[in-house]
Write a protein that binds this ligand. Sequence first.
Ligand SMILES: [Zn+2]
Length: 229
Amino acid sequence: MSTLLSSIEHITRSRACRIAFRRWGSHLFGGKPPIEYSGIKPPAPIHHILTLDTYDRHSPIRFEDIRYVPLVFPLAYSMGGGAISYQVVDDQKIKISHLSKFRPEDPSYMLLDSLPERRASLIALTYAERRILGSDILDRSLLDRWRMRRLWNGECFRVAGMLRYEPSLGSCPAKKDAEQNGCTAWRFAHFPASKRPFGDIWHEYSSDVWFCFALCFDCGTIHAFMDCT
Ligand SMILES: [Zn+2]
């Protein structure tokens, strides 16, 4: 298992970024990159959301000797309530410690077997963009309406910055004997099932569903889960 280099300060002080699709971007959104799985063997394909280039100065997480960290989610699992937990073993290699049940007889929440593939960059949010994302004012100025369009009407994909503290996720291998043995994790990325910019690719998921990724600093586990906003 790779050693986690980033600290809580690293993640909480990282600059809040949105994902922008750029031909020269060093991160990969969607597609089907070759990811090796160990631990729990996935009974059905797991969707690739983003491979994070952790050498990017905006990357909120960093591991020893690893550059590319895949963020994956079981979108087609478990009647729209999927979750996965895993540790990063090597570039594009992960070890799954928890995975939602897959029942082939359930109606599929996701029809596409992969998300549209794009190169992506992390673009730091401006002060005005952070202000607008944090407010729910409907009567916006022309300039703010233009900003909102760039932020996909507030549903842009986000990485880094102070997203949220997740006090208890799964059971943490680093605190087996402790009374509170859940992972204490920080959310470092979330992806709303937004209709922008690809149209309705998320099938049964509505745009109030966010696919979230959090990292435990005690054991280095990445927890991916859904949040309904
Ligand atoms: Zn943990």
